[in-house]
Write a protein that binds this ligand. Structure first.
Ligand code: PEP
Ligand code: MG
Length: 580
């Protein structure tokens, strides 16, 4: 048994069979071969060695011609490993003795070799594991050919173990069968975390390297509450987690009874509990959980899940589905927030050394006006079907907001000219997620209809901590007093104007923060659908006066750690059910 510690990004417990993704995002299939096929499978393996060897030789010759023999010699080490009798013997033994398919045998053997390198103390030598993975990749490519499959074609439940998931993989994974996710890299604000939470799949990210120790097929436990992953669990651990999974189901069933009760505090102050969604199908979850509306529709996932840029009709159909299903409840559609870690199959800007500070989000939209217009047209067309609002992401200057509104006004004029119906009074809001927007918030509230505070980015940009980098995660905390001050300033500015203000960062889905947020004056929270019952439970168990006191005391503290501990204590005191 081996336990890994990572970052808990999506709650729940998952127990099941591991599916390992190779470094190119393809599955390593765990298959067995029939007894009478052993010889032909061994032959297939030898053929793959031959083909891979020829390929490496070609690369060597090409590089030698272009750059000289010294450079070509870099490939010699790969050739030697590939053709060494040890590799051949180890793999063939697995095929013959254990009846593993060549793919699985190659992967298990080479991952075992890579682990030897990883265990070496020298950083340089441990990095050589990458060469072993390279050979694995090459052999798998030859063995699987066109049969290589991603996460979209599964046939049985699995827990996905990967180095990282590309945005397109996360957006396209087969939701019927993926029951849990573990990745070596990534942090709480990454696209993988957001998708896992949306799909209600327990997930632990940023565990650090461990993929040399698994090849798929083994039993794994993912503890999405504590951020733990257990490989090859013993009987006792398995039984403990089975019990925990059952408790999760019981709690969910208890919370379900809250669905039709309003989210209001003990003295009857109504709180709007909205849902964050990434995929149109999620609206069903919103309704099942009793959401008051969609507070944030992250439309960039339309691009991430597609091979080509979605046209107006694709946008329109997605928005129609969401707006119609929500039946008159508000639906806030955020224009695409692409770039940074959400990168689609579109041409990327060349210089993206700091993608989170680069051509991302509204900046990308204003540089690609035709693409932006296409989306705005679709949103406007769908606005006749319900209560649609437009939200611009990552606004950092007034000029940006004005430019975005100009494009919108232009699209409206165009639709009008063509006699296309839309809601002329459609509300326009901004995401408050860059400190500069907070500094200028008094000016912003005069130029938009509502605000939505995005604490995922606000935390990242205030504290200068990359939200998807596991190495700086201890510094990434939305309860840092600096972030809380910015939230308080935003809420206060919205109250003075007055315009509605929502908080849609992931912190709004954490019950430990609900009292604080209500105490800071928020009356709208937008959370992943699965978190609605828990947050509602907290709202219904507290008084606004108590929340104000909690917020006041938290704001007087000096660091996130103290605030966090204090908030957990207050939650335990007021809602013992969530005291963990
Ligand atoms: C945020 O930044 O808090 C937010 C809600 O937007 P995203 O997570 O999509 O960047
Ligand atoms: Mg954001």
């Amino acid at each position: 048994m081996k336990q890994l510690r990572g970052i808990a990004v999506s709650p729940g417990v998952a127990i099941g069979e591991a599916l390992v993704m190779d470094t190119e995002g393809f599955r390593i299939p765990r298959r067995f071969v029939a007894r009478d096929a052993v010889e032909s499978e061994r032959e297939r393996f030898r053929a793959a060695i031959g083909a891979a060897g020829r390929e490496i030789e070609e690369n060597r010759d090409l590089v030698s011609r272009e750059l000289g023999e010294k450079y070509g010699a870099i490939f010699e080490a790969h050739l030697e490993i590939l053709r060494h009798s040890r590799l051949r013997e180890d793999v063939e033994e697995m095929i013959t003795q254990r009846h593993y398919s060549p793919e699985y045998a190659v992967s298990r053997t080479l991952r075992r070799y890579a682990q030897v390198f990883r265990n070496l103390r020298s950083h340089y030598l441990s990095e050589r594991a990458a060469d072993i993975f390279d050979i694995e990749k090459r052999l798998l490519r030859h063995l699987l050919g066109r049969r290589r499959e991603g996460l979209a074609q599964l046939t049985s439940p699995v827990l996905v173990l990967a180095h990282d998931l590309m945005p397109s993989e996360a957006a396209n994974l087969d939701r019927r069968f993926v029951r849990g996710i573990v990745t070596e890299v990534g942090g709480p604000g990454s696209h993988t975390a957001i998708v896992a939470e949306a799909l209600e799949i327990p997930a632990v990210l940023g565990t650090g390297p461990f993929l040399t120790e698994v090849s798929g097929g083994e039993t794994v436990i993912i503890d999405g509450d504590q951020g733990l992953v257990v490989l090859h669990p013993d009987e006792e651990t398995l039984a403990r987690y089975q019990h925990e999974a059952e408790e999760h189901r019981c709690l969910a069933a208890r919370l379900e009874q809250l669905r039709d009760l309003p989210a209001e505090t003990k003295e009857g102050e109504r709180i709007k509990l909205l849902a964050n969604i990434e995929f149109p199908e999620e609206v069903e979850h919103c309704l099942a959980r009793g959401a008051d509306g969609v507070g944030l529709y992250r439309t960039e996932f339309l691009y991430l899940g597609a091979k080509t840029e979605p046209d107006e009709e694709v946008h329109y159909q997605a928005y129609c589905q969401v707006v119609r299903t929500m039946g008159g409840r508000p639906v806030v559609i955020r224009t695409f927030d692409l770039g940074a870690d959400k990168v689609p199959h579109l041409p990327q800007p060349e210089d993206q050394r700091n993608p989170f500070l680069g051509l991302r989000s509204i900046r990308l939209a204003l540089r690609n006006v035709p693409m932006f217009r296409t989306q705005l047209r679709a949103i406007l067309r769908a606005s006749t079907l319900g209560q649609v609002k437009i939200l611009f992401p990552l606004i950092s200057t007034l000029l940006e907001l004005r430019q975005a509104k100009l494009v919108l006004a232009d699209v409206m004029e165009d639709l009008e000219e063509h006699g296309v119906e839309f809601d002329r009074q459609i509300e326009v809001g901004i995401m408050v997620e860059v400190p500069s927007a907070v500094m200028m918030i008094d000016r912003f509230v005069e130029e938009c209809d509502f605000l939505s505070i995005g604490t995922n980015d606000l935390t990242q940009y205030t504290l200068a901590v990359d939200r998807s980098n596991k190495d700086v995660i201890p510094l990434y905390n939305p309860t840092d007093p600096a972030v809380l001050k910015l939230i308080a300033m935003t809420v206060e500015a919205a109250r003075r104007r007055p315009i509605p203000v929502n908080l849609c960062g992931q912190m709004s889905g954490n019950p430990a923060y609900t009292m604080l947020l209500l105490g800071l004056g928020l009356r709208q929270l937008s959370v992943p659908p699965a978190a609605i019952p828990e947050i509602k439970r907290v709202c219904r168990s507290v008084r606004v006066a108590d929340c104000r006191q909690v917020a006041e005391r938290a704001m007087a503290m000096e660091n996130a750690r103290d605030i966090e501990l204090f908030l957990r204590g207050e939650l335990r005191r007021h809602v013992p059910e969530f005291g963990a």
